[in-house]
Design a binder for this molecule. Sequence first.
Ligand SMILES: [Zn+2]
Length: 100
Amino acid sequence: MEENDFTHYDEAVQEAVDLANRLADNNPEADLWDIADGILAGVVHYWLYTRQPCGDPACGDCDSISTPEERLKELLRITEELARGSEYFHSSYDLNVGRA
Ligand SMILES: [Zn+2]
């Protein structure tokens, strides 16, 4: 991954969080889950838009996204990796957290 790509990745992450916070600030009555679900829907839509195979059956870059099911598998793999890496993945209120 080139340094330039990394910058765009970080910028996209920050802009998505900023958008969510702006929507929440501008709509104090809004359900935060609705805002988050809407952002997620837009992100999934955009991600799939960018992962359309190029049409060359021999293209190695498109191996992991060559069918709808392959794209979904890749999307879920990345999503799980991001979720498990998030500081919000675990909560002290999780039911499986032991209490002393
Ligand atoms: Zn391709």
